[in-house]
Design a protein around this ligand. Structure first.
Ligand SMILES: [Zn+2]
Length: 160
């Protein structure tokens, strides 16, 4: 787990306190100095980042679009250079930068404080509340959960 990825996501929420959910990623990306472009990419390219420019494939479903913008913003916050992403949950290997961007994006979209408030909701409702794919909620609550969260959830579970 990358604590840098989680910290970068925390800083975004510190710079823009009081964001409502689902997070308005287009607004946040622009506030963080990025420019968004809709681009007619051909499959499997969904998102591209070059400098401060974020290109997102046209015609994507809203939740996927939000997730891709968060992912590109995460690269912007953590990595230099350009990233071209071939997105898909079934991808077997993702390099270190891609994993860091995925983790940071999960924490931008689903920050710890809000998750703690609503985590008793069923999965579909959490996905609805945060406006993200259900798969991202699952990842956020497993591989991308912070140590503190894991410890807290374990205690709550044992308490039942
Ligand atoms: Zn990427």
């Amino acid at each position: 787990m990358s604590s840098i990825a989680v910290e970068k996501a925390r800083q975004v929420h510190k710079r823009h306190p009081g964001l409502s959910f689902p997070v308005d990623m287009e607004w946040v990306a622009v506030a963080e100095g990025c420019e968004l472009l809709n681009w007619p990419f051909t499959e499997p390219v969904r998102e591209m980042k070059q400098g401060r420019w974020i290109g997102i494939a046209e015609g994507l479903e809203e939740r996927e679009r939000r997730h891709l913008i968060a992912h590109a913003l995460a690269h912007h916050l953590m990595h230099r250079g350009n990233q071209l992403s071939f997105h898909g949950w079934q991808r077997i290997s993702r390099n270190k930068q891609e994993k860091e961007a995925d983790e940071c994006a999960a924490h931008i979209l689903i920050p710890a404080a809000e998750l703690a408030r609503v985590k008793e909701m069923p999965l579909w409702e959490l996905a609805d509340h945060f406006g993200v794919p259900e798969e991202l909620i699952k990842q956020r609550m497993t591989v991308f959960a912070s140590q503190e969260e894991k410890a807290g959830w374990q205690l709550a579970h044992e308490g039942h």
